[in-house]
Ligand binder design. Structure first.
Ligand SMILES: [Mn+2]
Length: 436
Protein backbone atom coordinates (compact mmCIF):
# COMPACT_ATOMS: atom_id res chain seq x y z
CA UNK A 1 0.00 0.00 0.00
CA UNK A 2 1.05 3.59 -0.62
CA UNK A 3 -0.05 6.33 1.75
CA UNK A 4 -0.40 10.08 2.19
CA UNK A 5 0.10 11.63 5.63
CA UNK A 6 0.25 15.12 7.06
CA UNK A 7 1.79 16.36 10.28
CA UNK A 8 0.57 15.32 13.70
CA UNK A 9 -2.31 17.42 15.03
CA UNK A 10 -3.73 17.95 11.56
CA UNK A 11 -4.97 21.44 10.76
CA UNK A 12 -6.99 22.63 7.77
CA UNK A 13 -3.98 23.31 5.57
CA UNK A 14 -2.77 19.81 6.27
CA UNK A 15 -6.12 18.25 5.35
CA UNK A 16 -6.42 20.50 2.28
CA UNK A 17 -2.97 19.37 1.16
CA UNK A 18 -3.89 15.73 1.66
CA UNK A 19 -7.05 15.79 -0.46
CA UNK A 20 -5.15 17.45 -3.31
CA UNK A 21 -2.24 15.02 -2.96
CA UNK A 22 -4.74 12.24 -3.61
CA UNK A 23 -5.24 13.65 -7.14
CA UNK A 24 -1.51 13.63 -7.76
CA UNK A 25 -1.09 10.15 -6.32
CA UNK A 26 -4.23 8.24 -7.31
CA UNK A 27 -4.92 5.14 -5.26
CA UNK A 28 -2.83 6.32 -2.30
CA UNK A 29 -4.54 5.95 1.07
CA UNK A 30 -4.92 8.96 3.39
CA UNK A 31 -3.86 8.24 6.97
CA UNK A 32 -5.10 10.35 9.84
CA UNK A 33 -3.14 11.63 12.79
CA UNK A 34 -4.11 10.62 16.31
CA UNK A 35 -4.77 14.30 16.84
CA UNK A 36 -6.97 16.65 14.87
CA UNK A 37 -6.28 20.30 15.61
CA UNK A 38 -9.29 22.00 17.23
CA UNK A 39 -9.59 24.46 14.36
CA UNK A 40 -10.05 21.58 11.92
CA UNK A 41 -12.28 19.31 14.00
CA UNK A 42 -15.51 20.62 12.62
CA UNK A 43 -14.41 20.22 9.02
CA UNK A 44 -12.93 16.82 9.75
CA UNK A 45 -16.11 15.51 11.37
CA UNK A 46 -18.38 16.76 8.63
CA UNK A 47 -16.25 15.29 5.84
CA UNK A 48 -15.14 12.14 7.61
CA UNK A 49 -16.69 9.83 5.00
CA UNK A 50 -15.47 11.86 2.08
CA UNK A 51 -11.94 12.07 3.46
CA UNK A 52 -11.88 8.32 4.00
CA UNK A 53 -8.79 8.35 6.20
CA UNK A 54 -7.59 5.23 7.95
CA UNK A 55 -6.04 5.16 11.40
CA UNK A 56 -2.61 3.81 12.18
CA UNK A 57 -4.26 0.91 13.96
CA UNK A 58 -5.95 -0.10 10.74
CA UNK A 59 -2.56 -0.13 9.04
CA UNK A 60 -1.23 -2.74 11.42
CA UNK A 61 0.29 -5.65 9.54
CA UNK A 62 0.07 -3.78 6.21
CA UNK A 63 3.27 -3.18 4.32
CA UNK A 64 3.62 0.44 3.28
CA UNK A 65 5.72 1.34 0.25
CA UNK A 66 5.70 4.94 -0.90
CA UNK A 67 4.84 7.60 1.69
CA UNK A 68 3.82 11.09 0.67
CA UNK A 69 4.20 13.63 3.51
CA UNK A 70 2.55 17.04 3.27
CA UNK A 71 2.97 20.29 5.25
CA UNK A 72 6.03 19.28 7.28
CA UNK A 73 9.60 18.15 6.82
CA UNK A 74 10.26 17.57 10.49
CA UNK A 75 10.65 14.03 11.79
CA UNK A 76 9.13 14.91 15.16
CA UNK A 77 5.88 15.89 13.42
CA UNK A 78 5.49 12.59 11.52
CA UNK A 79 7.06 10.37 14.15
CA UNK A 80 3.69 8.87 15.07
CA UNK A 81 3.50 7.30 11.59
CA UNK A 82 7.12 6.59 10.76
CA UNK A 83 7.81 4.87 14.06
CA UNK A 84 5.07 2.25 13.68
CA UNK A 85 4.60 1.73 9.94
CA UNK A 86 5.96 -1.47 8.46
CA UNK A 87 8.07 -0.22 5.60
CA UNK A 88 8.49 -2.03 2.33
CA UNK A 89 10.29 -0.52 -0.60
CA UNK A 90 9.37 2.88 -1.89
CA UNK A 91 10.26 6.52 -1.40
CA UNK A 92 9.30 9.16 1.06
CA UNK A 93 8.19 12.24 -0.86
CA UNK A 94 7.67 15.52 0.95
CA UNK A 95 5.72 18.63 -0.09
CA UNK A 96 6.33 21.38 2.43
CA UNK A 97 6.04 25.15 2.43
CA UNK A 98 7.70 25.71 5.81
CA UNK A 99 10.91 27.67 5.91
CA UNK A 100 13.22 25.50 7.98
CA UNK A 101 16.55 25.18 6.26
CA UNK A 102 16.72 21.43 6.42
CA UNK A 103 14.43 18.51 6.99
CA UNK A 104 15.42 15.63 9.20
CA UNK A 105 13.42 12.76 7.71
CA UNK A 106 15.88 10.11 6.60
CA UNK A 107 16.03 9.35 2.88
CA UNK A 108 13.20 11.68 1.94
CA UNK A 109 12.88 13.58 -1.34
CA UNK A 110 11.98 17.13 -0.36
CA UNK A 111 9.90 19.38 -2.60
CA UNK A 112 9.66 22.89 -1.23
CA UNK A 113 8.30 26.26 -2.23
CA UNK A 114 7.74 29.54 -0.45
CA UNK A 115 3.98 30.09 -0.51
CA UNK A 116 1.43 31.03 2.14
CA UNK A 117 -0.32 27.70 2.41
CA UNK A 118 0.84 24.21 1.70
CA UNK A 119 -2.45 23.46 -0.01
CA UNK A 120 -1.37 26.02 -2.61
CA UNK A 121 1.77 23.98 -3.23
CA UNK A 122 -0.25 20.87 -4.15
CA UNK A 123 -2.80 22.98 -6.02
CA UNK A 124 -0.10 24.37 -8.32
CA UNK A 125 0.73 20.85 -9.41
CA UNK A 126 -2.97 20.03 -9.86
CA UNK A 127 -3.36 23.18 -11.98
CA UNK A 128 -0.21 22.41 -13.94
CA UNK A 129 -1.56 19.00 -14.87
CA UNK A 130 -5.03 20.39 -15.60
CA UNK A 131 -6.69 17.96 -13.21
CA UNK A 132 -10.40 18.46 -12.58
CA UNK A 133 -11.29 18.30 -8.88
CA UNK A 134 -14.68 17.82 -7.28
CA UNK A 135 -16.56 20.51 -5.33
CA UNK A 136 -16.03 18.99 -1.92
CA UNK A 137 -12.27 18.75 -2.35
CA UNK A 138 -12.25 22.29 -3.75
CA UNK A 139 -14.07 23.50 -0.61
CA UNK A 140 -11.71 21.65 1.74
CA UNK A 141 -8.68 22.95 -0.15
CA UNK A 142 -9.98 26.52 -0.14
CA UNK A 143 -10.56 26.32 3.63
CA UNK A 144 -6.94 25.18 4.00
CA UNK A 145 -5.67 28.10 1.93
CA UNK A 146 -7.73 30.67 3.86
CA UNK A 147 -6.70 29.22 7.22
CA UNK A 148 -2.97 29.10 6.59
CA UNK A 149 -2.74 32.48 4.90
CA UNK A 150 -4.73 34.23 7.65
CA UNK A 151 -7.36 35.12 5.04
CA UNK A 152 -4.59 36.17 2.64
CA UNK A 153 -3.09 38.66 5.07
CA UNK A 154 0.04 36.84 6.24
CA UNK A 155 3.25 38.25 4.93
CA UNK A 156 4.32 35.05 3.24
CA UNK A 157 1.24 35.10 0.99
CA UNK A 158 2.20 34.87 -2.67
CA UNK A 159 0.28 35.38 -5.90
CA UNK A 160 0.21 31.59 -6.22
CA UNK A 161 -2.07 31.43 -3.16
CA UNK A 162 -4.60 33.58 -4.99
CA UNK A 163 -4.14 31.49 -8.11
CA UNK A 164 -4.85 28.31 -6.15
CA UNK A 165 -7.90 29.87 -4.45
CA UNK A 166 -9.19 30.99 -7.81
CA UNK A 167 -8.87 27.44 -9.15
CA UNK A 168 -10.85 26.09 -6.19
CA UNK A 169 -13.65 28.60 -6.80
CA UNK A 170 -13.70 27.66 -10.46
CA UNK A 171 -14.17 24.07 -9.37
CA UNK A 172 -17.16 24.83 -7.23
CA UNK A 173 -15.71 25.52 -3.78
CA UNK A 174 -18.38 26.88 -1.46
CA UNK A 175 -17.44 30.16 0.17
CA UNK A 176 -20.35 29.77 2.59
CA UNK A 177 -18.91 26.51 3.89
CA UNK A 178 -15.36 27.83 3.94
CA UNK A 179 -16.50 30.75 6.07
CA UNK A 180 -18.27 28.45 8.50
CA UNK A 181 -15.08 26.41 8.97
CA UNK A 182 -12.92 29.46 9.54
CA UNK A 183 -14.53 30.77 12.71
CA UNK A 184 -11.50 30.36 14.92
CA UNK A 185 -13.04 30.25 18.38
CA UNK A 186 -15.23 27.19 18.13
CA UNK A 187 -15.49 26.05 21.72
CA UNK A 188 -16.96 27.74 24.73
CA UNK A 189 -13.72 27.26 26.63
CA UNK A 190 -11.91 29.29 23.95
CA UNK A 191 -14.31 32.22 24.37
CA UNK A 192 -13.91 32.08 28.15
CA UNK A 193 -10.16 31.92 27.78
CA UNK A 194 -10.22 34.82 25.33
CA UNK A 195 -11.83 37.05 27.98
CA UNK A 196 -9.56 35.77 30.75
CA UNK A 197 -6.54 36.48 28.61
CA UNK A 198 -7.68 40.01 27.79
CA UNK A 199 -7.92 40.67 31.53
CA UNK A 200 -4.44 39.43 32.27
CA UNK A 201 -2.36 41.05 29.57
CA UNK A 202 0.23 43.61 30.25
CA UNK A 203 2.29 45.73 27.89
CA UNK A 204 6.02 45.68 27.97
CA UNK A 205 8.67 47.67 26.15
CA UNK A 206 11.55 45.50 25.05
CA UNK A 207 14.16 47.44 23.10
CA UNK A 208 11.54 49.86 21.83
CA UNK A 209 9.07 47.17 20.75
CA UNK A 210 5.55 47.34 22.08
CA UNK A 211 4.81 43.83 23.25
CA UNK A 212 1.90 42.09 24.94
CA UNK A 213 2.80 39.52 27.58
CA UNK A 214 0.54 37.16 29.44
CA UNK A 215 0.95 34.31 31.88
CA UNK A 216 -1.79 31.88 32.85
CA UNK A 217 -1.99 28.63 34.71
CA UNK A 218 -4.54 26.09 33.52
CA UNK A 219 -5.56 22.81 35.10
CA UNK A 220 -4.73 20.88 31.97
CA UNK A 221 -3.76 21.25 28.36
CA UNK A 222 -6.61 22.73 26.34
CA UNK A 223 -6.90 22.79 22.59
CA UNK A 224 -7.15 25.82 20.36
CA UNK A 225 -4.93 28.13 22.42
CA UNK A 226 -3.21 29.48 19.33
CA UNK A 227 -6.51 30.69 17.90
CA UNK A 228 -7.32 32.44 21.18
CA UNK A 229 -3.95 34.19 21.31
CA UNK A 230 -4.36 35.21 17.69
CA UNK A 231 -7.77 36.76 18.43
CA UNK A 232 -6.29 38.74 21.29
CA UNK A 233 -3.46 39.88 19.03
CA UNK A 234 -6.06 40.96 16.47
CA UNK A 235 -7.86 43.29 18.84
CA UNK A 236 -4.76 44.74 20.51
CA UNK A 237 -2.51 46.72 18.25
CA UNK A 238 0.89 45.54 19.44
CA UNK A 239 4.10 44.58 17.67
CA UNK A 240 4.02 41.08 19.13
CA UNK A 241 2.32 38.94 21.72
CA UNK A 242 3.81 36.22 23.90
CA UNK A 243 1.36 34.13 25.89
CA UNK A 244 2.68 31.58 28.33
CA UNK A 245 0.38 28.86 29.61
CA UNK A 246 1.36 26.43 32.34
CA UNK A 247 -0.57 23.17 32.62
CA UNK A 248 -0.63 21.76 36.12
CA UNK A 249 -1.71 18.25 35.26
CA UNK A 250 0.83 17.60 32.52
CA UNK A 251 3.52 19.72 34.16
CA UNK A 252 4.11 21.39 30.79
CA UNK A 253 4.50 24.96 29.70
CA UNK A 254 3.63 26.31 26.28
CA UNK A 255 4.71 29.64 24.79
CA UNK A 256 2.60 30.96 21.94
CA UNK A 257 3.87 33.93 19.97
CA UNK A 258 2.51 36.13 17.19
CA UNK A 259 4.40 39.03 15.65
CA UNK A 260 3.86 41.63 12.97
CA UNK A 261 7.41 42.90 12.80
CA UNK A 262 10.33 41.60 10.82
CA UNK A 263 12.66 42.43 13.71
CA UNK A 264 10.71 40.09 15.96
CA UNK A 265 11.32 36.74 14.28
CA UNK A 266 9.40 34.19 16.31
CA UNK A 267 10.89 31.20 14.58
CA UNK A 268 14.30 32.34 15.87
CA UNK A 269 13.10 33.48 19.29
CA UNK A 270 11.06 30.40 20.14
CA UNK A 271 13.73 28.24 18.52
CA UNK A 272 15.78 29.12 21.61
CA UNK A 273 13.05 27.39 23.61
CA UNK A 274 13.08 24.31 21.36
CA UNK A 275 10.00 25.52 19.52
CA UNK A 276 9.49 26.99 16.10
CA UNK A 277 7.07 27.75 13.29
CA UNK A 278 6.97 30.81 11.07
CA UNK A 279 8.63 34.22 11.60
CA UNK A 280 5.21 35.67 12.46
CA UNK A 281 3.65 32.74 14.30
CA UNK A 282 5.40 30.15 16.41
CA UNK A 283 5.15 28.20 19.63
CA UNK A 284 7.25 26.15 22.01
CA UNK A 285 6.31 23.33 24.35
CA UNK A 286 8.52 22.86 27.38
CA UNK A 287 8.06 19.67 29.31
CA UNK A 288 8.58 19.36 33.05
CA UNK A 289 9.38 23.04 33.54
CA UNK A 290 7.91 25.49 35.99
CA UNK A 291 5.64 28.14 34.45
CA UNK A 292 6.98 31.18 36.29
CA UNK A 293 10.54 30.15 35.54
CA UNK A 294 9.82 29.79 31.79
CA UNK A 295 8.04 33.14 31.81
CA UNK A 296 11.01 34.83 33.49
CA UNK A 297 13.52 33.35 31.09
CA UNK A 298 11.35 34.41 28.14
CA UNK A 299 11.26 37.98 29.47
CA UNK A 300 15.00 37.89 30.03
CA UNK A 301 15.56 36.56 26.53
CA UNK A 302 13.40 39.29 24.98
CA UNK A 303 15.12 41.97 27.04
CA UNK A 304 18.60 40.93 25.98
CA UNK A 305 18.27 39.31 22.57
CA UNK A 306 15.59 41.22 20.70
CA UNK A 307 16.88 43.35 17.83
CA UNK A 308 16.20 46.96 18.80
CA UNK A 309 13.11 48.57 17.31
CA UNK A 310 13.60 51.01 14.46
CA UNK A 311 13.80 54.68 15.49
CA UNK A 312 12.89 57.91 13.75
CA UNK A 313 16.58 58.60 13.11
CA UNK A 314 16.83 55.41 11.08
CA UNK A 315 13.98 56.11 8.68
CA UNK A 316 14.03 59.92 8.35
CA UNK A 317 15.13 61.71 5.21
CA UNK A 318 18.28 63.68 5.82
CA UNK A 319 18.56 65.12 2.35
CA UNK A 320 16.45 68.06 3.41
CA UNK A 321 14.57 70.68 1.50
CA UNK A 322 14.27 73.65 3.79
CA UNK A 323 13.06 77.22 3.56
CA UNK A 324 15.06 80.06 5.08
CA UNK A 325 13.21 82.45 7.29
CA UNK A 326 14.63 85.49 5.49
CA UNK A 327 13.38 84.49 2.04
CA UNK A 328 10.29 86.15 0.71
CA UNK A 329 7.08 84.26 -0.02
CA UNK A 330 7.74 84.27 -3.76
CA UNK A 331 11.03 82.45 -3.38
CA UNK A 332 9.51 80.03 -0.87
CA UNK A 333 6.63 79.22 -3.21
CA UNK A 334 8.99 78.65 -6.14
CA UNK A 335 11.15 76.33 -4.08
CA UNK A 336 8.15 74.36 -2.86
CA UNK A 337 6.88 74.03 -6.40
CA UNK A 338 10.24 72.92 -7.74
CA UNK A 339 10.58 70.18 -5.13
CA UNK A 340 6.91 69.30 -5.48
CA UNK A 341 6.18 69.52 -1.75
CA UNK A 342 3.22 71.12 -0.03
CA UNK A 343 5.35 72.37 2.82
CA UNK A 344 8.84 72.47 4.31
CA UNK A 345 10.54 73.31 7.60
CA UNK A 346 11.83 76.82 8.05
CA UNK A 347 15.32 77.36 9.49
CA UNK A 348 17.56 80.25 10.41
CA UNK A 349 21.23 80.67 9.49
CA UNK A 350 22.32 78.10 12.09
CA UNK A 351 19.90 75.50 10.85
CA UNK A 352 17.77 75.98 13.94
CA UNK A 353 14.19 75.01 13.27
CA UNK A 354 12.08 78.14 13.62
CA UNK A 355 8.83 77.26 11.87
CA UNK A 356 7.02 75.43 9.13
CA UNK A 357 5.73 76.87 5.89
CA UNK A 358 3.06 75.37 3.68
CA UNK A 359 1.53 76.38 0.36
CA UNK A 360 -1.57 77.31 2.35
CA UNK A 361 0.43 79.84 4.38
CA UNK A 362 1.79 81.29 1.15
CA UNK A 363 -1.74 81.57 -0.26
CA UNK A 364 -2.62 83.87 2.61
CA UNK A 365 0.17 86.21 1.56
CA UNK A 366 -0.76 85.97 -2.11
CA UNK A 367 -4.35 87.01 -1.39
CA UNK A 368 -3.19 90.28 0.15
CA UNK A 369 -0.44 90.85 -2.41
CA UNK A 370 2.39 90.30 0.06
CA UNK A 371 4.60 87.93 -1.96
CA UNK A 372 7.65 89.98 -1.01
CA UNK A 373 6.98 89.72 2.71
CA UNK A 374 9.49 87.57 4.60
CA UNK A 375 8.68 83.94 5.26
CA UNK A 376 8.88 84.47 9.01
CA UNK A 377 5.83 86.72 8.85
CA UNK A 378 3.63 83.98 7.41
CA UNK A 379 5.09 80.70 8.60
CA UNK A 380 3.56 78.83 11.48
CA UNK A 381 5.79 79.00 14.51
CA UNK A 382 4.30 76.16 16.45
CA UNK A 383 5.99 73.16 14.90
CA UNK A 384 5.41 69.68 16.13
CA UNK A 385 8.72 67.86 16.18
CA UNK A 386 10.12 64.51 17.12
CA UNK A 387 13.47 63.28 18.34
CA UNK A 388 15.69 60.83 16.48
CA UNK A 389 15.23 58.33 19.30
CA UNK A 390 11.43 58.20 18.97
CA UNK A 391 10.13 54.78 18.01
CA UNK A 392 8.27 54.42 14.74
CA UNK A 393 5.10 53.79 16.74
CA UNK A 394 5.60 57.15 18.53
CA UNK A 395 6.23 58.90 15.21
CA UNK A 396 3.05 57.41 13.74
CA UNK A 397 1.07 58.40 16.83
CA UNK A 398 2.26 62.02 16.61
CA UNK A 399 1.49 62.26 12.89
CA UNK A 400 -1.90 60.65 13.35
CA UNK A 401 -2.99 62.72 16.36
CA UNK A 402 -1.91 66.00 14.81
CA UNK A 403 -3.05 65.26 11.26
CA UNK A 404 0.37 65.97 9.84
CA UNK A 405 2.16 64.24 7.03
CA UNK A 406 5.73 65.07 7.94
CA UNK A 407 7.51 65.25 11.22
CA UNK A 408 10.68 67.36 11.50
CA UNK A 409 13.29 65.62 13.63
CA UNK A 410 15.39 67.83 15.86
CA UNK A 411 18.48 67.39 17.97
CA UNK A 412 18.23 70.13 20.57
CA UNK A 413 16.66 72.82 18.38
CA UNK A 414 18.69 71.97 15.27
CA UNK A 415 16.86 70.37 12.40
CA UNK A 416 18.52 67.08 11.44
CA UNK A 417 15.89 65.36 9.31
CA UNK A 418 12.26 64.82 8.55
CA UNK A 419 10.04 61.76 8.54
CA UNK A 420 7.55 62.00 5.71
CA UNK A 421 4.52 59.83 4.97
CA UNK A 422 6.59 58.18 2.28
CA UNK A 423 9.41 57.38 4.71
CA UNK A 424 6.88 55.89 7.10
CA UNK A 425 5.06 53.84 4.45
CA UNK A 426 8.32 52.58 2.96
CA UNK A 427 9.42 51.50 6.40
CA UNK A 428 6.15 49.63 7.04
CA UNK A 429 6.46 48.03 3.66
CA UNK A 430 10.13 47.24 4.38
CA UNK A 431 11.22 48.79 1.17
CA UNK A 432 14.22 50.49 2.68
CA UNK A 433 17.02 49.22 4.81
CA UNK A 434 17.37 50.91 8.18
CA UNK A 435 20.08 53.54 8.45
CA UNK A 436 22.54 52.70 11.19
MN1 LIG B 1 0.76 24.90 6.46
Amino acid sequence: MNIIVGHTNMDMDCIGSMVLARYLYPGYQLVRSRLIHPVARNLFNLYQNHLDMVTLKELKGVQVDTIVIVDTRTYRRVKEYLDVIERGTGDIIIYDHHQEKTGDIQGAVLHQIDVGSNTTFLALEVIHRGIHINETDATIALAGIYADTGNFTHENVKDQDFQAASYMLKHGASMKLVKSFLNALKDKHQITLFHDLLNRLYYADFNGHFIIMSYMELEQQAGGLGAVVEKVFDVENADAIFSVFAFKKENNVIIIGRSQKERINLNDILGKFDGGGHPNAASALLKGRSGPEVFRSLEEHLRTELLPAARAGQIMSTDLDVIHQDWDLLKASMVLESINHTGAPVVDKDNTLVGFMTLKDIMKGRKVNQMHAPVKAYMSRKVITGSEGATIREVADIMYKNHIGHLPIVRGDRLIGIVTRTDYLNHLDRKIALKV
